[in-house]
Design a protein around this ligand. Structure first.
Ligand SMILES: Nc1ncnc2c1ncn2[C@@H]1O[C@H](COP(=O)(O)OP(=O)(O)OP(=O)(O)O)[C@@H](O)[C@H]1O
Ligand SMILES: [Mg+2]
Length: 261
């Protein structure tokens, strides 16, 4: 089997609350992510999913634990080399607020192209056009501001911005929860198609298991900062071991998911 593209070992994150007391938001979380794979992270609000995601993407430092990409240890934030930052991109839950309101779509997409590849203007232009095609947005949207687009269109821009960096990993932090059902499935289809064509690995976060079922091969269930169960998605649906996982499966509206047909 191929070595993992990403390995997280014994990740811990302790936040300091306003009154000074420590709060352990993530406790001893370990996992690996293979090339071209989608690993789902599921759990209720506050279970630590975004905290894990942000540590992986280097947006916040770990309190303890190791993150390695292609076998090399990674640090957080400014200390992470540009090449490593480029390879782990992030798609946010709120598509509109994740885009700078003062920039047109063209500038939003040009930013990573200039930062990571130092492309000359003319090439930036043609890459922006290609990225818009890749995510199914008409070309004229490059002259629009985020506020002029729908939530689904903004999320397509968010996906294009992540793709611009040509990453090996995309952290998708509940990328469809702010969208209505039909738009949700269009965005999921787009993510699946992009993965098939490019072999990108996704760390895909969701509140509930219904979205996870359709997109991820493996799933990790988190509760109160800890992993309570992990395994193949099919196996977890067929035979959930932990009572919390069972409650997540029971919470799924039956009509949403082929498993219950
Ligand atoms: N910067 C911070 N300072 C203090 N506590 C924080 C901070 N960020 C998150 N927390 C706390 O850590 C816990 C985990 O938060 P996190 O955002 O990782 O959860 P989540 O699983 O992503 O939840 P949701 O599904 O609502 O997005 C929560 O109790 C949250 O209040
Ligand atoms: Mg979150």
């Amino acid at each position: 089997m191929n070595p993992p593209v990403l390995e997280a070992k014994q990740l811990n994150k302790t936040y300091r609350m306003k009154n000074g007391t420590p709060f352990a938001a993530v406790k001893n979380v370990s996992f690996s992510l293979m090339k071209g794979e989608t690993l789902g992270i599921v759990g209720e609000s506050g279970s630590g999913k975004t905290t894990v995601a942000k540590m992986i993407a280097g947006m916040i430092p770990v309190t303890s634990g190791d993150i390695a990409m292609d076998g090399k240890l990674l640090s957080a934030g400014a200390k992470r080399p540009l090449a490593a930052k480029r390879h782990i991109q992030y798609i946010f839950q709120d598509p509109v607020s994740s885009l700078n309101p003062r920039l047109k779509v063209w500038d939003i997409l040009a930013e990573p192209l200039k930062l990571y590849f130092k492309l000359p203007q003319q090439e930036v232009d043609s890459r922006v056009d290609q990225l818009l095609r890749d995510v199914g947005l008409p070309n004229h949207y490059k002259l629009s501001y985020p506020r002029e687009l729908s939530g689904g269109q903004c999320q397509r821009v968010g996906i294009a911005r992540a793709l611009a960096a040509e990453p090996s990993i995309i952290v998708c932090d509940e990328p469809t929860s702010a969208l209505d059902m039909t738009i949700q499935s269009q965005i999921l289809d787009l993510l699946k198609e992009l993965q098939q064509r490019r072999g990108i690995s996704y760390l895909f976060i969701a509140h509930g298991l219904e979205v996870i079922y359709s997109i991820s091969q493996r799933v990790m269930v988190m509760r109160q900062g800890e992993v309570v169960e992990t395994g193949l998605t099919q196996a977890i649906f067929a035979d959930p071991q932990h009572a919390y996982t069972q409650s997540l499966i029971q919470a799924i509206p039956r009509i949403d998911i082929p498993y219950f047909e």
